[in-house]
Structure formats: C-alpha cells, structure tokens
Design a protein around this ligand. Structure first.
Ligand code: L14
Length: 338
C-alpha cells in the first residue's frame, strides 16, 4: 500500500492533538511525518513510536510532502496554504479562511464527497457546528427537501482551544472554593455556570460570525442556495461536544418515524431516541466518539411540514480533526493525491 508524507500545521493545539490520535487510530498510511507549530517549536512528541520535533513554518515546510492537515487559525492558513498547494502538497484546512472561497470545496464526506474532485490544492473543513448539523440534515433534504432551518447551539469550550478548557477549569475550581471565578482571558464574561450567546465576533447585521457560518456553509455543502437558515450560537460550560436544537421545515411531509428510520440508515449517524427510557443524545456520551447522535425527533405541530431534533457530536472529532482526516482518506481513495 502506498504511503504518504504528511504535515500537521498546529500539531500541539486541541485539534492537532486529535489529528495525531486519529491518524494513528485509523492507521493512516504515513511515510514521513512533520509537525509544524509556533509557540511549541522544539517540543518533542511521540507519534506511534517515532519522536517528532515541532518545527516552525518556513519556505520549504511543504516541499516533498503530499498532504497537509491545517488547524492553526485563519491568518496563518491564509499565509501559507497557497504556498503548500503550489509545492504539490494538498491542504485540508480546518480554519475559516477558505471555506467560502468559490474555488475551494467545503466538504463533509458523508454529505458531498464528490466536491473534492474539483479541488485546486486546498479543501476546507467546515465549521464544527455546521458539520454535525448537515450530517443529520442531508438524508432529510434528499427525501423531503428542506426549505428552512432554525438552529440553536449549545457549544463546548474546547472549540476555542486548550486555553478555554483551562479557563472553565480554573473558574469552576475557584467558584466551588468560594471565589469569584474571575479568571478571564478567552471569553468576555464568566463561562462557568453561565451561557454566552456569543461565539466568534459580532457582525454589522447583529449576528455573530459563527451564526453566519452556519447559514452560508450549510448552503454551500448541501449545494442549495434556496435553503433558508437562521442560527443562534451559544457557548455553554461543557468541555467536549456541541449540542444543537434543530427545527426544520420541509417541502414534502415527512413524519418523525420516517426521519428516525432514515437517520438509522444514514452514514455517520447514531439515533438515540427513546424518551420512555430517558434516552437522548448527551454531550458527555458523544465525547470521544466519531458519530453524530440524533434524538428527540418529533413533528413540529405549529406548521404543516416541520421536524424538531436534538443533534450532538464531539466538536473536536467529527467537528474538526476526524472530518479533516476523512477528507484526506477520501482524496487518497479517489486517487487525487499526487
Ligand atoms: O472553525 O468554538 O470557525 O470558539 C471558530 C470558533 C471553531 C470553533 C471555526 C469556537 C471555529 C470556534
């Protein structure tokens, strides 16, 4: 079996750690591996028995490499992705930098795998909240044609990175010891025992950038600009796993039982929906798992063709690292790497 030379940019961040685990777990066919970082340059990391030293990004970082997985933020990605692609190294980027570029495919392998075919060296990994939602929407859209989606999210702090996990940790520990939980670096308000209706920055239309990602990326991935989407994205004091309340209006009638049936057969989805046993998806159960979990499936009785559901997934796995690695696997399967 052919092996590939792989670069990870952002190898020591929350997503980078998961990239390394998932590559090993899935026995990704790796020949050479290179870790790039900024604040952790020089750090030595064990990768499946080899010791890899984190390097700074330089002019030759991508020469001789086949695939790069990026998760180091939008600005560095904007600076070096083209350079990597020109060096013949195909980039799968987890930042928001390239997602809405018309010449960059935005891909969730269960939903629009064939969009990788028209890549020109860069493929974007969608936003975490969008990925888990579209995995659940796709089978419903194919069957009943979705007209409108109203989504509210309950997003974990891990999405913001290791610093935010630490911030929640410090605040909780301080508060239970009688302190004020005043340790604040990442979020503008205390996140412990609180909910912040604010993820990423505010835009002139009053929405946050996270909310508009859900609107625009959903349309691009489903390949349908007529779908109307409106979102409210909320940070909650959860470490791992985003939860979403999703309300859908369809063109054709579809029953709750039909949705359950459809989703039971959908790739990457596990239906957990048995209210009689208090069974519904939970962030604490989804953490560390690969699937998107869907439950609380029921008809919206306020409109003729509506469905409500609760969608949960590990934001760092399916929402980021896993989806990125799955895109890389897809590229290999389709013979699109070198
Ligand atoms: O990839 O949870 O667009 O703070 C930006 C904000 C991911 C999550 C993205 C967060 C994100 C994030």
């Amino acid at each position: 079996m052919k092996k590939y030379n792989v670069v990870i940019l952002g190898a020591t961040g929350a997503v980078g750690i998961e990239f390394r685990k998932i590559l090993l777990e899935r026995k990704f066919p790796i020949d050479k591996i290179r870790f790039l970082g900024s604040s952790t340059v020089g750090k030595q990391i064990d990768f499946g028995g080899r010791t890899v030293t984190v390097e700074a990004v330089g002019d030759d970082s991508f020469k001789g490499f086949d695939i790069a997985l990026f998760s180091a933020g939008a600005s560095i990605s904007r600076q070096v992705a083209r350079q990597a692609a020109e060096a013949g190294c195909i980039v799968v980027d987890n930042s928001s930098a390239w997602r809405m570029e018309p010449d960059v495919p935005l891909v969730v392998p269960e939903v629009n795998p064939d969009d990788v075919d028209w890549n020109r060296g860069i493929i974007a990994n969608p936003n975490c909240s969008t990925i888990q939602m579209v995995v659940a929407l796709k089978p419903i859209h194919d069957r009943a044609r979705i007209r409108r989606v109203v989504v509210n999210t309950y997003q974990a702090v891990s999405g913001t990175g290791l610093k935010a996990i630490e911030e929640l940790d410090l605040q909780v520990k301080d508060l239970v010891q009688g302190g004020q939980g005043a340790q604040r670096k990442v979020y503008p308000h205390r996140i412990a025992f609180n909910c912040l209706p604010h993820i990423d920055v505010f835009l002139p239309n009053g929405y946050t950038r996270e909310e508009m990602k859900m609107v625009n990326e959903t349309r691009k991935i489903l390949g349908d600009d007529s779908i109307r989407v409106t979102a409210t994205t909320v940070r909650v004091p959860v470490y791992h796993g985003h939860s979403e309340s999703v309300n859908i209006e369809t063109e054709k009638k579809i029953t709750a039982e039909e949705v359950r049936e459809l989703l039971r057969g959908a790739p990457g989805v596990t239906v957990e929906d048995d209210p009689s046993r208090n069974m519904y998806p939970l962030a604490i159960n989804a953490a560390g798992k690969d699937d998107v979990f869907v439950g609380r499936i029921r008809e919206d009785e306020s409109i003729p063709n509506g469905i409500n559901m609760w969608v949960v997934s590990d934001n760092i796995r399916k929402g980021a690292a896993l989806n990125t690695v799955q895109i890389a696997e897809l590229l290999i399967k389709k013979g699109l790497v070198k």
